[in-house]
Write a protein that binds this ligand. Structure first.
Ligand code: PEP
Ligand code: MN
Length: 337
């Protein structure tokens, strides 16, 4: 059983509720999310107990999870989740474009890229400071120096920044700089990291694991919500199939399915989804047409020189052209960009 507390509940009041629940002989585990307080209850949660629990002041609702991703589901919350990151509204009618290079490679090049994607019409800047590379010999990112460069780009452009957090030990430092924390495909089931991020008080974008089913992806997001973070974005980024021509197979059908099953905003990453810059424009149009709430796109001023993911990175002028086509697609389905 989950006991969801009113968002304005104080620590003192939570202690009081916890004590009452323990007096019923129930086990209580607390989730200290910044947005929400949740108590996970174990023990005999019979009708009599739950009827009393529901009457405790400060208790907003009592839930018996019927899905393995209860709080993520549409049954839990029928209306779409919409939240703001700076001035940017996520999950609303206007589709949101996050763009920038795969990795922050240096100050000059990142600031140049940030200016270019802003100029083209991006709403949020992306960049990796801690890179999850398949080879230990590949460029691993500039770490905190990279975060500082991204923060400078934010001041320069006025756009919020999104960057990946690799493990639970670096959540604090990444959260100090970033506006949105990204969980990469390789970490989708790093449950310790997810629990930590559930309590961070900043929005989290969670990519689908490259071999994860949609249900596993939603259960991973449930870790974030069940710890109290309700500002979560789902991001489809391609899955492993037998096809080798593309880096991954972008599962566009995951968009309408995830949106039907969940109230969370659903984004698409056409860059990692295909690995080929030529596929990024058509797949972005397909994603918006399928109802995606936004895109995460790799753009690099000089893809041939990129230290990471050059072959899937768009040149800024191609990115600008793509946004023009996306406006038309968005219009057809009654959205804006
Ligand atoms: C990225 O966005 O830079 C990245 C590493 O993505 P993924 O986790 O989807 O591979
Ligand atoms: Mn990349």
């Amino acid at each position: 059983m989950l006991v969801v507390m009113n968002s304005r509940t104080t620590d003192c009041e939570i202690n009081e509720v916890e004590k009452q629940l323990k007096d019923f002989g129930l086990g209580v585990q607390r989730s200290h999310g910044k947005n929400r307080f949740i108590l996970r209850i174990s023990g005999d949660c019979g009708l009599e107990t739950t009827t009393v629990v529901k009457t405790i002041p400060y208790v907003e609702k009592v839930i018996f999870p019927s899905y393995p991703f209860e709080m993520v589901s549409r049954d839990y919350q029928e209306e779409k989740t919409v939240f703001k990151v700076g001035e940017v509204e996520i999950g609303a009618e206007k589709a949101v474009i996050m763009a920038g290079p795969c990795a922050v490679e240096g100050r000059e090049s990142y600031l140049r890229a940030a200016e270019a994607v802003k100029e083209a019409g991006a709403h949020i800047l992306r960049g990796g400071a801690y890179k999850p590379r398949s080879s230990p010999y590949a460029f691993q990112g500039l770490e905190e120096e990279g975060l500082k460069i991204m923060a400078e780009a934010r001041s320069m452009t006025g756009l919020p920044i999104i960057t990946e957090v690799l493990d639970q030990y670096s959540v604090e430092i990444v959260a100090d700089y970033a506006d949105i924390l990204q969980v990469g495909t390789r970490n989708m089931q790093n449950f310790k990291l997810l629990r930590e991020l559930g309590q961070v008080g900043k929005p989290v974008l969670i990519k689908r694991g490259m071999s994860a089913t949609i249900e596993e992806w939603l259960m991973a997001a449930e870790y974030l919500l069940s710890e109290g973070n309700d500002k979560v974005i789902l991001c489809e980024r391609g899955i492993r199939t037998f096809e080798t021509y593309t880096r991954n197979t972008l599962d566009i059908s995951a968009v309408p399915i995830a949106k039907e099953l969940s109230h969370l905003p659903v984004f698409v990453d056409p860059s990692h989804g295909t690995g080929l810059w030529k596929c990024v424009h058509p797949m972005s149009m397909a994603a918006i047409a399928a109802g995606a709430d936004g895109l995460l796109v790799e753009v690099h001023p000089s893809p041939k020189e990129a230290l990471c993911d050059g072959p899937q990175s768009l040149l800024p002028d191609k990115f600008a052209l793509m946004l023009n086509s996306l406006k038309k697609v968005a219009e057809i389905i009654g959205r804006t960009l």
